[in-house]
Write a protein that binds this ligand. Structure first.
Ligand SMILES: [Zn+2]
Length: 100
C-alpha cells in the first residue's frame, strides 16, 4: 500500500488556486520554494491508500480541514517567495529538469 502525504496535494491545489490571483514568479525554483515553505508550516498528513481511493479520501479530509490553515500557509509562502525570490534571473524559466 503506497503511503501518500496528502498535504502535498492540498498545497498544490491551493497554489493553483492562489497563484493566478497574485503577483508572484512562477518559475520552477519559486514554485518549489513555495511548496517547501508551505509544507514546512503544515503538519504532514499521511494516508495509506491505493490510487483509486485517494481522490475520495482527499475530499473527505479536505472537508474536515476546511482549507483555512492551508490557505494561510500557502499564501504566506507565496508572499515570502514573491518578496525574496531565490531564482537566478539570468536563468529564469530556463532551468534544466534533471529531477523526475
Ligand atoms: Zn522565480
Amino acid at each position: 500500500m503506497p503511503i501518500v502525504n496528502v498535504m502535498e496535494r492540498f498545497v498544490e491545489q491551493k497554489m493553483d488556486e492562489i497563484l493566478p490571483t497574485v503577483k508572484c514568479c512562477t518559475c520552477e525554483k519559486c514554485l518549489d520554494d513555495i511548496r517547501a515553505m508551505a509544507l514546512n508550516k503544515l503538519p504532514p498528513k499521511y494516508v495509506s491508500t491505493d490510487k483509486g481511493k485517494l481522490f475520495s479520501k482527499l475530499n473527505s479530509l479536505k472537508e474536515k480541514q476546511n482549507g483555512v490553515d492551508i490557505h494561510i500557509a500557502v499564501l504566506s509562502a507565496i508572499e515570502f517567495v514573491a518578496a525574496n525570490p531565490r531564482h537566478d534571473h539570468s536563468q529564469q524559466g530556463d532551468e534544466k529538469k534533471s529531477e523526475d
